[in-house]
Design a protein around this ligand. Structure first.
Ligand code: NAD
Length: 362
């Protein structure tokens, strides 16, 4: 079979760090085009990565008939417009998280994918981590029993990504750490809980470090060379929330870019038969090894298990899965209802914080 031909929209940090190297590792794939309005960066990335076609206008990239699939990796505010246009041009789409700024946009993207009969996958790379995969398989085998409570947080002590750039400008990003990194933990936790339907959401947001924030998040230095940083910071630096689900389960979720607390990624699952905790460090936007512990019982005694898992690169697994879905006409791991619920919850947390009351989801 011919190679799957990929076009990339956005030539920034995540594209250089993850998508280009991981898709280029796959033998049956070719990245044929890339687009970015920042011309010097576009040229540099295309040349460095041997990508033959360069465009500053994404519509021109989408008009290339040979392109089978597109990866949308632009600031969040452009995802909906670009993904919908790609689907309407007959392309499959892998869209970076958060897929959209709100549930209305997300709904339009998912509806277009269905109407055009094209694959649409959200880039929830944490689903492909060795710990998440191990837990999901164990949970699906019934080894944890019912998961009735979870805690998930992604906490940075001082680490705002692109301080003063699009990440910290609400109209471009949709929000701060909640929609940026909290979205990963939210998706992972709900997926492991069996994707229950959210019923009520209560949230608060804070911005206490506006003047002291340090640019230290994502991506690694130098990848934004040439970008303009106007200095806006009108999003939260910490979000806290509590979500109740239709099956009675609850989730406590936190996300920060700045705060006086321990930092890292933490997940805690309370199952009726077993529980688990996952801890992962993060320095300068790079995540370290994950520590997994299982809490269970054996022979009438409480035991802790520390599985030693084979290392994987989640971005490589994500790329391989997307291509497999295209080639074998499979449904992507991120189901439409799951994608929509994640964005509905984020939207409700921001609304709850603004109104100062609990939000009931229909
Ligand atoms: N899954 C992950 O682990 C992960 C990590 C980082 C970022 N992300 C997501 O990836 C996306 C990009 O983040 P980033 O860190 O690469 O940001 P970035 O600022 O490094 O790169 C964004 C690029 O998009 C370009 N761009 C802006 N407007 C455009 C347009 N209209 N058309 C085409 N290109 C345009 C910019 O010039 C820039 O080069 C965001 O949605 C972010 O949330 C995901």
């Amino acid at each position: 079979m011919e190679k799957v031909k990929i076009g990339i929209i956005g030539a920034g940090g995540i594209v250089q760090y993850a998508h280009i190297p991981c898709f280029q590792k796959l033998g049956d794939v070719e990245i044929v085009a890339i687009c970015d309005p920042n011309e010097p960066k576009l040229k540099e990335v295309a040349e460095k990565s041997d990508i033959p076609q360069k465009f500053t206008d994404y519509q021109k990239l989408l008009s290339q008939e040979e392109i089978d699939a597109v990866i949308v990796c632009t600031p969040n505010a452009f995802h909906k417009e670009q993904a919908v246009a790609a689907l309407k041009n007959g392309k499959h789409v892998l869209c970076e998280k958060p897929i959209a700024l709100n549930s209305k946009e997300a709904g339009e993207m998912l509806k277009t994918a269905e109407e055009k009969n094209k694959k649409f996958m959200a880039a929830f790379c944490h689903r492909f981590d060795n710990t998440t995969q191990f837990l999901k398989k164990s949970i699906d085998r019934g080894e944890f029993g019912e998961i009735y409570y979870a805690k998930a947080n992604y906490l940075r002590r001082r680490g705002v990504p692109g301080l003063g750039g699009w990440f910290t400008t609400k109209k471009l990003s949709g929000g701060g750490p909640l929609i940026d990194v909290g979205v990963h933990m939210l998706d992972t936790a709900i997926w492991l809980m069996g994707s229950p339907d959210p019923v009520t959401v209560s949230g608060s947001t804070y911005n206490k470090f506006k003047e002291q924030a340090i640019n230290g998040g994502w991506p690694p230095s130098c990848s934004r060379t040439g970008d303009k940083y106007p200095g806006t910071f009108d999003v939260e630096d910490l979000a806290t929330s509590f979500i109740k689900f239709a099956n009675g389960a609850t989730l406590f979720l936190e996300a920060s870019w700045s705060g006086n607390s321990e930092q890292g990624l933490f997940l805690s699952l309370f199952g009726a038969k077993s529980g688990a905790s996952v801890k992962q460090s993060e320095e300068g936007g790079k995540t370290g090894e994950r520590g997994l512990k299982i809490f269970t019982e054996k022979g009438g005694e409480l035991i802790d298990i520390s599985p030693i898992l084979t290392d994987v690169n989640p971005y490589e697994k994500q790329a391989a899965h997307f291509i497999e879905c295209i080639r074998e006409n499979k449904e992507p791991i991120t189901k439409p209802k799951e994608i929509l619920n994640v964005i509905k919850i984020i939207e409700a947390i921001y609304l709850s914080a603004e109104k100062g009351e609990e939000i009931r989801l229909r």
